[in-house]
Write a protein that binds this ligand. Structure first.
Ligand SMILES: NC(=O)c1ccc[n+]([C@@H]2O[C@H](COP(=O)([O-])OP(=O)(O)OC[C@H]3O[C@@H](n4cnc5c(N)ncnc54)[C@H](OP(=O)(O)O)[C@@H]3O)[C@@H](O)[C@H]2O)c1
Length: 339
């Protein structure tokens, strides 16, 4: 084959919001597969907020990206050449090979996808990492009960939009917080959230939340942290649960974000606040994916994706996460399936 591999490398570690010069495009040779390997052509690439954390050189639950190395992350591809007994040409696979147009994978690095359950892109979203984050964070930590009030920040994003729908399946009353009127309309009209609040335009978030939650807050699924979470915490009910999923409001801050201390509230309300990563539930992924797929097929779960087109758009798509330019899962489509 005459094609070359296009890759996006981490060129420098960002301080504050990443910019285009955080990344470098390079072109390299494609490595031909050896015994036990397959050559993959990338179809979809995932951009995710947690990648911001991997751009700095600090210990975390996942290793930092290395300078001048390809940005790793969830991706879906098609096997175009196989030297493996387990994968055939035309198989659609998922792996962590990230921001590059081709990848030569060892068998253990990739997993074959079922093309027939739902469009393949959903395996990076509602049936993939973000859907599972919503599912386990809400059900294992939030534990919503019939008639309780569940508040979700980052509500129109990949994780938040699924959390709200699962909470409704469990009979809860659902209030979403998001950053545009288009998102509010989507939450209320498409996803049947009971209330939605635009945190960017409200004159008083605390008042709006109090009006939207007349019976207080039993579960707060936190995707954003910061001042939005401070406003929700004052409404917590006795024995409230707070799955702390993300804190995107702080990911690009250069100084530490200090707000009201939450300990006294937690004590007074006998509330549980628990951080988690989706990997904590890895041994339950098959059952979680099966239930998400069942709800999807029954029409109980809906999803929207924001799909950018073209390999060159990946850095901009990543930066869009911090501007709120997505409804549902943000993905980049790099190529069409061959047949
Ligand atoms: N714990 C885990 O295992 C795990 C797994 C996946 C994701 N997460 C976390 O969950 C959160 C959501 O991830 P996602 O993949 O579903 O992303 P997403 O919600 O689809 O996209 C990010 C959204 O965050 C909002 N946002 C950006 N900057 C903000 C700010 N300063 N204040 C408030 N909101 C802001 C934007 O929506 P608005 O228009 O509403 O501002 C944006 O659309 C992130 O914090 C992520 O790190 C955690």
């Amino acid at each position: 084959m005459n094609n070359k591999n296009k890759q996006i490398l981490l060129a420098k570690r960002p301080s504050g919001t990443p910019s285009k010069d955080t990344f470098q495009f390079v072109t390299t040779e494609i490595k031909q597969p050896e015994k036990g390997e397959v050559l993959i052509r990338t179809l979809y690439v995932s951009v995710d907020p947690y990648m911001r954390g991997r751009m700095i050189d600090a210990p975390s639950y996942v290793a930092p990206f290395q300078l001048n190395e390809v940005i790793e992350g969830g991706a879906i591809g098609e096997v175009i050449e196989s030297q493996s007994d387990h994968f055939a040409e035309g198989d659609i696979i998922i792996g962590g090979f990230g921001w590059q147009t081709y990848y030569t994978a060892k068998e253990k690095e990739i997993r074959k996808l079922d093309k027939d359950i739902a469009p393949i892109s959903t395996h990076l979203g509602i049936l993939g990492m973000t859907g599972l984050t919503a599912y386990f964070g809400l059900l294992e930590i939030g534990k919503p009960k019939q008639g309780e009030t569940v508040v979700i920040s980052g509500a129109a994003g990949a994780v938040g939009s699924v959390v709200g729908q699962i909470a409704r399946i469990k009979g809860a009353r659902v209030v979403g917080i998001a950053g545009s009127d288009e998102k509010l309309q989507y939450l209320k009209e498409e996803l049947q959230f009971d209330k939605a609040i635009n945190y960017k335009t409200t004159p008083n978030l605390k008042d709006d939340l109090a009006n939207a939650c007349p019976n207080g807050v039993d579960v707060y699924f936190d995707n954003v942290g910061g001042e939005i979470s401070d406003a929700v915490h004052v409404l917590l009910n006795k024995f409230a649960r707070i799955p702390v999923c993300g804190a995107i409001s702080g990911y690009n801050l250069e100084a530490e974000d200090v707000g009201p201390r939450v300990q006294t509230t937690l004590i007074k309300k006998s509330a549980l606040m628990q951080g988690f990563t989706v990997g904590d539930f890895a041994n339950q992924f098959p059952s979680g994916t099966a239930e998400l797929a069942k709800w999807l097929n029954e029409g109980k779960l809906k999803y929207q994706e924001t799909i950018k087109e073209g390999f060159e758009t990946i850095p901009d798509a990543f930066l869009d996460l911090f501007k709120g330019n997505n409804i549902g899962k943000l993905l980049v489509k790099v190529a069409d399936i061959s047949n």
